[in-house]
Structures are given as C-alpha cells and as structure tokens.
Write a protein that binds this ligand. Sequence first.
Ligand SMILES: Nc1ncnc2c1ncn2[C@@H]1O[C@H](COP(=O)(O)OP(=O)(O)OP(=O)(O)O)[C@@H](O)[C@H]1O
Ligand SMILES: [Mg+2]
Length: 241
Amino acid sequence: MIDLKDVTKLYGSTTAVNRLSLHVAAGEIYGFIGPNGAGKTTTIRIMGGIIEPTSGSIIIGGIDMKRQPVLAKSIIGYVPDRPFLYEKLTGMEFMKFIGDLYRVDSASFPGRASSLLEQFALHDWQNEIIEAYSHGMKQRLIIASALLHDPKVMVIDEPMVGLDPSAVRMVRDILKDLAARGVTIFVSTHTLSIAQDLCDRIGVIHKGLLLAQGTLAELNHAARTGEADLEDVFLTLVKEA
Ligand SMILES: Nc1ncnc2c1ncn2[C@@H]1O[C@H](COP(=O)(O)OP(=O)(O)OP(=O)(O)O)[C@@H](O)[C@H]1O
Ligand SMILES: [Mg+2]
C-alpha cells in the first residue's frame, strides 16, 4: 500500500533522508522511530505530499505521488507534527472546513463528522471555539478531521505528544481498529513503549538512513540484543551507527 523507493531529500549540504526504501502492506501499522533530526518528519511530509523529494519514488495505493499528487492525497489522511488550526472556528466548523477541502459530500458529512467527534470524545465540545480547547483536544480534533474522507492510508507524525494516558489509549485503540478494517498506518513516535505496543513493524532511522526494520524480534536479531525491549534495541542500533 505504501512503497518508497530510494527516496532522498537534501537540504543544502544536509541529507535529511538518504535513499530510503520501504514497503508497508495494507492494514499494517508501521512505526517510524529515530533520534531528533533523523529524518522522520521529512519522510512523513514527503509521503503526505507536502514537500517533494530530491529523488526517488513514492507510490501510495498504486498511485504515483509525483504523477498524480492530488489523487494520491485523496486517499491519504495526513496528520502533521505541528498542525495549524483556525482557532476562531468551532470544532464542528473546522471539521466542515476540512471536509470541504477533501470534498466530503454534504449528505454524508454531518453523520461522519458527528461520529468522529464522538469517537474522539469531542462531541460535547463541537460548538466551542478551538481556542478554548486543551492541547490534547486540539490533537484529537486534528486526527478526527484527517479521517473525514475515509482515507485508505494514514500518515501521522507523533500523534501521542502531549496526550494524557487515557487519550493515548483512545488514539491507540482507534488506530488499531482502523488497521483491523484495512487502513494502512505509518506513524512516527518517540514513545517507544507505544511503538512496541501499537506497531506490526518498526523502522529505525538515523541521520537519514534506515538502520533496521521489522518486528521487535527481527530488530533484536539485527541489533544482536537477544530479547530486549524496543528501547534497548533502539539505543543499541543508534549507538553502533
Ligand atoms: N526545511 C528545512 N530546511 C533545512 N533543513 C531541514 C528542513 N527540515 C528538516 N531539515 C533537516 O533535516 C534533518 C531531518 O529533520 P527532520 O525534521 O525530518 O527530523 P525528525 O526525525 O523528524 O526529528 P525530530 O525527532 O526532532 O522531530 C535535520 O538535520 C533537519 O535539520
Ligand atoms: Mg519530527
């Protein structure tokens, strides 16, 4: 469902992403972890069609992002790390704004928006302006709005930052449920316990290079760390690199 081939992104003399190739199957949750500045956000922005790679190809759901960017974006739900919200809008108005951007038809919009706001425990807040929302509520609203057009692929940059434990569990359960229904999820995080618990496979990126990828057992094999948890594997891989 997601195919990256030799994706490279240069910023001047910095190689933010270095010949990255990876495949994520339909319904799979792929976690992307790596130190600060490793290239996670750059990769996610490329996959979301926000920036273009210097070279390499991105195929999402069989659609070439370079040739048909609008079509590709129509099947992607993109959640940026630092989302922009129009804070003078109410939650429901914001949903309508995003729904219009993604051409969600007006007949199915109300039911869809309502059930998403309910799912993300924002129903009681739908008519309040976003300015009054807490950080975690804004984050939940962004994820809810990214699901409005029923995307086949979710690309999410650090969804759990600033969420309280029950919101973390809520988002985790929603992502797992989406994957069980066939949605493919690519998610970056610094919370390794969540990555270990949520993801089917994990890729470790450092200085733009994919150091290893696979299940926890496969990563342990690559790092020769026995049966260590993801944190130990991560620290070992990054130290060796
Ligand atoms: N717009 C930009 N202009 C110049 N350099 C950039 C730009 N965006 C990212 N970089 C550089 O690319 C590299 C990768 O950055 P990126 O934001 O992708 O890392 P990250 O893995 O998301 O890090 P973090 O964990 O801190 O979010 C870094 O060296 C960064 O300084
Ligand atoms: Mg980042």
